[in-house]
Write a protein that binds this ligand. Structure first.
Ligand code: ZN
Ligand code: ZN
Length: 462
């Protein structure tokens, strides 16, 4: 086995890092896929009042509008039986797990492996949530991740909160979702079985079972129909829809701010833990949405429990160090923004160079003192000097570097920062006696943007 020579490595490196020529940059290879795809397809015309009836998906409209209306009717006309209420909550959690632990984290993102029993448990739970089959749902969701915030994203947040919540399901969109690979799902027998029997399964687990269990076991057919049936289904629908709408609108960009996903506890509460969506879009292969132990993520706890009892395995986690890097980047970005809002002392490049004679002459009309090569105007500070006015007056027109740095008193970092704000000039031929003092302590650790570093020549030699 031979190793490449240093010369060939450096040649390879220069080839890789070579920027595209203007002609190359114009070629398709260097243009974003989304732009090329949008140019290649023929989108439908924008939706208007005139073409709206032809674009409406009536089946979805009927399901989405009648379930909350029937729920409201049930709430005001049906007696709430304790067992039925508890059963409805349990059924809601089961359906939600079908979507969050099944449709989303298992089948859309392959964030863990599940045994057949667990897959059937989640596939039937997801069918009872009545949101389409695993195959259809995961295909849309993979397109959502691949084309987030573009016109190829089926529920792109850039179209507004209503569109990303339910609008995208109610009408035929102008642009179909972008291509997404689901070849792995096509080979999964559970996914295939659920897709083939979806309407039967949805009717059975979404309608019949929730109504029949309270009816058969404690004779509450009406409560079963309205509470465990329609009201539970309405809650399941809108909880899930919040992952597409609320999670792209409310909260913090903890790990990245390039796209719209956000982290928020409220979204996590209504979505069984899917609310740390900023994390999820950065690390979609991770079986967790919440990385901190105190953050609300019941779906993560469910998957971990399944792993503990042998129903799940290969739980995938993004390396902690990568998670930390993303978080630190955002923290530094926020610090940089805060730093940029502060007025900092002038640097020597922005100050006039003043000769010793000129400094002496100007010192007769105002209290100027040289410290470490910088000329400082003490006019507003004479009476505020903690060591007393006399010490400063004694040094007017003189170089007080030694006194400032311990000859009289070894000043604090805060004092050095304050002193730097009084700079009015640089002494011609004057030396920065103590290198460190030229840069006040508050400016020694700076957050520099890459573009700023390149412009200031920091990248030279890289
Ligand atoms: Zn996802
Ligand atoms: Zn999203």
């Amino acid at each position: 086995m031979s190793f490449p020579s240093l010369r060939s490595l450096s040649r390879a490196r220069s080839t890789i890092s070579k920027a595209p020529s203007p002609a190359e940059a114009q070629s398709d290879e260097f243009r974003p896929f989304v732009d090329r795809h949008l140019e290649a397809i023929k989108p439908l015309p924008p939706i208007t009042l005139l073409n709206l009836p032809g674009r409406v998906i009536w089946f979805n409209v009927i399901v989405i509008t009648t379930t909350p209306l029937l729920s409201l009717y049930g709430i005001f006309t049906t007696r709430a039986v304790a067992q039925t209420v508890l059963f409805s909550i349990a059924f809601y959690v089961w359906n939600m797990l079908g979507i969050t632990a099944g449709y989303h984290r298992l089948w859309s993102h392959r964030s863990y492996n599940a045994t057949k029993p667990l897959q059937y448990f989640l596939a039937t739970a997801g069918a009872g949530a009545v949101q389409g089959s695993i195959k259809w749902w995961s295909r849309s969701h993979r397109a959502h991740h691949r084309y987030t915030d573009t016109d190829l994203d089926p529920y792109g947040a850039h179209h507004g909160l209503f569109w990303s919540h339910i609008g995208w399901m109610l009408v035929k969109p102008s642009t179909r979702p972008g291509p997404a690979d689901i070849s792995d799902l096509k080979q999964n027998p559970v996914v295939d079985w659920q897709h083939r029997w979806f309407f039967v399964l949805a009717l059975f687990f979404g309608g019949f079972v929730p109504a029949a269990v309270p009816g058969l076991l404690w004779d509450d057919w009406r409560g079963g129909l309205f509470f465990a049936g329609f009201l539970r289904l309405t809650c399941v629908h809108h909880s899930t829809f919040c992952v597409n709408s609320l999670a792209h609108w409310l909260g913090n960009t903890t790990f990245d701010d390039k796209l719209s996903p956000r982290d928020h506890l409220l979204t996590a509460i209504v979505t069984l833990g899917e609310g740390y969506h900023n994390f999820h879009h950065q690390f979609p292969i991770d079986y967790r949405n919440a990385v901190k132990w105190y953050q609300w993520d019941p779906t993560k706890w469910f998957i971990a429990t399944c792993s503990y009892i042998g129903l799940a395995s290969h739980l995938r986690r993004f390396p902690d160090v990568e998670v930390k890097k993303s978080m630190l980047t955002m923290q530094l970005k926020s610090l940089k923004a805060e730093v940029d809002r502060i007025l900092w002392p002038p640097s020597s490049n922005d100050l006039p160079v003043i000769s010793w004679n000129n400094f002496q002459a100007q010192s007769r009309s105002r209290p100027l003192i040289v410290i470490s090569g910088f000329i400082h105007d003490m006019s507003d500070f004479l009476d505020q000097h903690p060591g007393g006015r006399r010490l400063l007056v004694q040094n007017i027109g003189k170089d007080a570097t030694a006194s400032f740095l311990g000859g009289v008193y070894d000043h604090s970092h805060a004092a050095q920062n304050l002193l730097a704000t009084m700079r009015v000039g640089v002494l011609h031929g004057g030396l920065e006696h103590i290198d460190e003092l030229a840069i006040p302590p508050c400016q020694r650790l700076q957050i520099v943007k890459w573009s700023g570093a390149v412009h200031s020549g920091c990248s030279a030699g890289m």
